[in-house]
Design a protein around this ligand. Sequence first.
Ligand code: TYM
Length: 331
Amino acid sequence: MQNKKMIFSGVQPTGCVTLGNYIGALKNWVKLQKEYQCIYSVVDMHSITVRQNPDELRERCRQFLALYIACGIDPKESILFFQSHVSAHAELSWILNCHTYIGELSRMTQFKDKSAKHEDNINAGLFTYPVLMASDILLYQTDLVPVGVDQKQHLELARDIAIRFNHLYGDTFTVPEGYIPPVGARVMSLQDPTSKMSKSDPNPNGYIWLLDAPEVITKKIKRAVTDSDGEIAYREGKDGINNLLSIYGAIVGKKPEEAVLEFEGQGYGILKTRVAEAVCEELRPIQEKYKEISADPSFLDSISKNGAEKAAEIAEKTLRLVQDKVGFMPR
Ligand code: TYM
């Protein structure tokens, strides 16, 4: 473990895990886990920036953890845990809050979007959320952060905070790099292909849930919004078709520009059928494994308990170093 470079990433347990989360993040987490020491968290503390039903949140946390494993994260190789079980995240977050400027946080586009959506609850946590995300990453001296493109701005802030802290107090944090997949870094909504596929979309036809039944997946893809010119091409202005080609490409391991060649001269119906088949085929083993795992809650408990212990051990080392650097009294 000592010689491997570190990876940290997480998904917020809000809504449900979508095909966007899978293609943009989880699929790559699996791919990278042999080469790196990976730490993957269900970042529950982030999710309460928006009001949650407590029982549903607990239920979802379990579901997300089970899905991480079902997607292929091996708990023997990677550390899996619930963020709230490692208190160092909150502790480092306070210190980093004191090293982050309001101006920087005000520029975060996700804050602007979310505060527009939740006008009645623009809480301080929503505003300082990127600092908690920076803490998640920096606590583990992370080298690489596999995320979708929507997290790029947050990741850049984490880098800026690390560089600033290192400059002020001497080398403390590894400055992380992002790993953004070449295909599928921004899977778009099936109903509005100009906006990203989101797990909080009130219209379930806009996203594919990893646990959607094959007939539901097929129906959603068949209903996907396209355009009326009828030509299968990958180019600007063809958002719906571009999105379907990207989803297909990400799954079969082709660039969309290559994938499009398979569909020359065909109609949208064929494209949608093939995309639906590819998605169903990709998700079938995940769904089977999920069923197996979720039938054994004690297995999940032992994974998360063990994972939190391992994560805390690493995180606390960094936290103590940081506390010392800023001048807190030794224990
Ligand atoms: P979250 O929960 O919104 O999304 C989890 C991961 O899925 C990616 N993603 C997508 N990728 C492609 N297309 C999409 N439509 C799509 N939607 C989501 C996201 O980029 C992300 O990688 N703040 C983060 C969670 C987080 C985190 C961290 C990530 C908290 N701490 C530390 C990395 C490192 C978030 O809200 O992601």
